[in-house]
Design a protein around this ligand. Structure first.
Ligand SMILES: [Zn+2]
Length: 359
């Protein structure tokens, strides 16, 4: 991985951009792509990347990655000055108490806070024994205010403002490991941007259009719009997807760190075009790119939207394995990001009108 790619992954991971508030991801992506592509944006903050070599008369291959992350929105300020929030996307709630967060205030600045956790010193015996994750509505975010009036006036807290974990990015270069937040899907965003950069001057048999779609974590909402605008003939969806190699039985593990991108046959939202899935798995094998096939029992992704809009373009998902997705602290591997870029490039160079027709 080049310094440029590492810098981009860091900037994307640290961008504060939960569902509905994707502006920072968009800003980082625009800066990273520069004038490599023609860039357009819609009111939702979906970002479209067109190659300079776009012809308009070849089959359209859409590359999708989502720009949002799971987060929260301020619901109200309690009399104590702590904040009640609603979730944006599906959290693992048991990881939340004690998490450092950033809240956007009235001036548009992100100020620090913590998700309050009662010190054991104040807990009753019954409270100490209580297990199970707290409800999000019962969590309190503390910015250090002493009252609701102070939170509003001095800290500039307003209802409707976004909240994300405050997780600095770390790179363990010796072991090729990435630590940070929002790898679902910023590592996919980084891979998409890198692919668009690398194919900028190539002559291809497809018109490749990149889309960073918003609000995936609250129901794949941005992708409905991007799909209708791009009208793809086929699609590659880049994802950060849950690694399963620290849970469960070895025989059933399908998404291990450092084993390449995961291509899913299905999840709870979609059965990916099985001919396209096999084609990608075969191509990876032929080109000696590590890849993992998976049958997912949970989850959802933008391929579900792409395959169900317009004429149902075949779509597959290239998922970078991420440990502890939808928590404030995730781990991914540089090698998996690189293999994802390699496989996407191999697919883009191999696809043409007749191959797509065979799906
Ligand atoms: Zn995702």
């Amino acid at each position: 991985m080049t310094e440029r790619e590492l810098y981009l992954i860091r900037a994307l991971s640290e961008a504060n951009a939960p569902s509905g508030f994707e502006d920072e991801t968009v800003r980082v992506a625009r800066a990273a792509i520069g004038d490599v592509c023609d860039v357009e944006e819609d009111h939702l903050r979906n970002l479209y990347l067109y190659r300079r070599k776009h012809t308009g008369d070849k089959p359209v291959l859409m590359l999708d990655a989502h720009s949002d992350e799971v987060g929260f929105m301020v619901h109200s300020i309690r009399p104590s000055g702590t904040l009640r929030v609603v979730p944006l996307g599906g959290w693992n709630r048991s990881t939340l108490p004690g998490t450092r967060v950033m809240i956007r205030n009235r001036e548009g600045r992100w100020i620090p806070g913590v998700i309050a956790a009662k010190p054991p010193h104040f807990m009753s015996a019954a409270e100490k024994e209580r297990t199970g994750a707290p409800e999000i509505r019962d969590l309190s975010i503390d910015v250090g205010a002493a009252s609701a009036a102070e939170a509003a006036e001095v800290f500039g807290i307003r209802i409707g403002e976004p909240v994300v974990p405050d997780t600095p990015f770390r790179y363990d270069g010796e072991r090729g490991l990435l630590f940070g937040k929002a790898f679902d899907c910023r590592i996919g965003v980084a891979a998409l941007l890198e692919v668009m950069r690398r194919i900028a001057d190539e002559d291809l048999s497809v018109d490749v259009v990149g889309a960073l779609s918003v609000q995936e974590e609250v129901g794949e909402r941005g992708c409905k719009v991007t799909t209708n605008r791009i009208r793809p003939d086929a699609a590659l969806v880049f994802e950060g997807c849950p690694a399963d190699d620290t849970f469960g039985e070895p025989y059933a593990m399908q998404t291990r760190l450092k084993n390449g991108p995961m291509i899913r046959f299905m999840d709870t939202s979609v059965i990916c075009n099985p001919r396209f899935v096999r084609y990608a798995l075969d191509l990876a094998k032929q080109q000696r790119i590590p890849v993992q096939a998976a049958v997912r029992e949970g989850g959802g992704n933008d391929a579900a939207i792409i395959q169900s809009q317009l004429l149902g373009a075949p779509a597959i998902v290239l998922g970078v394995p991420v440990r502890y997705i939808h928590t404030p602290a995730c781990i991914a591997a540089a090698a998996d990001y690189e293999a994802t870029v390699s496989l996407a490039l191999a697919l883009i160079r191999a696809l043409n009108r007749s191959v797509i027709a065979s799906f």
